[in-house]
Design a protein around this ligand. Structure first.
Ligand SMILES: [Zn+2]
Length: 324
């Protein structure tokens, strides 16, 4: 491919901690990266100005004559994609009811599209991940929380107010643990990083590899320690890992049954531990899905890493600009 056929988009990524921006080409190459602290308490206008500076710096790295398709912004939500208006975002307090879409497009002079980070992660997988061209794909992120993005019939599933994809609150084990919201036995309450740590703390015996890894203090246990201790033969940790695999599989099985995707991709911090048990996770997910569903749905760990948000934001801009 010659440079003349490459397209470019500017990508922004707004999380609770950092705001990032970069220039992304249609082959998924990322240049001109920049990052600042989000500092949400300073308000959305201040954040919008700082994102504008990052986007302008990224734009300046574009080759001479390059045409920028637009700006895509991936953000923590909930958010209404059409307007970019936040709806009580837990990690961006004081941004409720506000949007930076207008101020960004005014200051940049380029069309801006905004999307929810998990939905755009799913979109990124259909263009730059292991399932290029997939028309039905689910992305599940398992880390501090559990979230999801859904591509169905090649469209992003956003819901009526932008809140679709909250797969973390599917009930996978009623009567077990609740999440912070308080739902009984949900995916997030039973298989997120903090949930894995909490279950291990409750079962802590004070002996073995897990006790060594946390220095004898169960309050220091995190999910990484649980997976590492299980590798070292700790029976309590192995029990928690087995339970986690089963809980994750029940959640994934439900998604496979409802959406019949071409692929299910998992990201987030917990995926590193799960990858060491991938064959078991796949086999259990098949058991927890309807006959013929799980066995035909590839289950993969994302290989896009932290770039998944920027790539998803860029793909949003490429896609929407073609519809103008
Ligand atoms: Zn929940």
């Amino acid at each position: 491919m010659t440079n003349s056929t490459l397209q470019y988009a500017l990508a922004g990524d707004i999380g609770g901690t950092n705001i990032r921006a970069a220039l992304v080409d249609s082959e998924g190459r990322i240049t001109g990266r920049g990052s600042v602290d989000t500092l949400p308490e300073r308000g959305i206008d201040d954040a919008s100005e700082r994102l504008t500076r990052l986007l302008k710096a990224a734009q300046a790295t574009a080759p001479d004559g390059a045409e920028i398709a637009g700006i895509g912004v991936s953000t923590a939500g909930p958010i209404k994609p059409a307007t970019g208006t936040y709806n009580h975002p837990p990690n961006l307090p004081s941004w409720h009811g506000k949007s930076m879409k207008g101020s960004l497009s005014e200051s940049m002079g380029i069309p801006v599209w905004v999307g929810h980070d998990a939905t755009l992660a799913a979109l990124a997988e259909t263009r730059f991940g292991d399932h290029v061209g997939a028309e039905n794909l689910i992305y599940v992120t398992i880390s501090t929380g559990v979230g999801g993005g859904i591509i169905a019939n090649s469209e992003m599933v956003t819901g009526s107010s932008g809140g679709a994809g909250e797969v973390g609150h599917l009930a996978v084990r009623t009567g077990a643990y609740k999440c912070n919201v308080g739902c009984d036995g949900c995916f997030e309450g039973n298989a997120s990083g903090p949930a894995i740590a909490k279950i291990a703390m409750e079962r802590f015996t004070g002996e073995g590899p897990l006790a060594e890894l946390c220095g004898g203090d169960p309050s220091k246990i995190n999910s990484r320690m649980v997976f590492d201790a299980a590798d070292d033969g700790d029976p309590v940790a192995q029990g928690v890992v087995d339970l986690t695999i089963e809980n994750v599989s029940i959640g994934l099985g439900m998604l496979i049954n409802v959406f019949n995707p071409e692929a299910l991709v998992i990201g987030g911090g917990v995926v590193q531990g799960l990858q060491r048990h991938w064959e078991k996770l796949k086999a259990t997910t098949i058991k927890k899905s309807l006959p013929g569903y799980g066995s035909t749905t590839p289950l993969t760990a994302t290989r896009l890493g932290d770039d998944v948000s920027l790539l998803g934001a860029a793909q949003l801009a490429f896609r929407q600009s073609r519809r103008l």
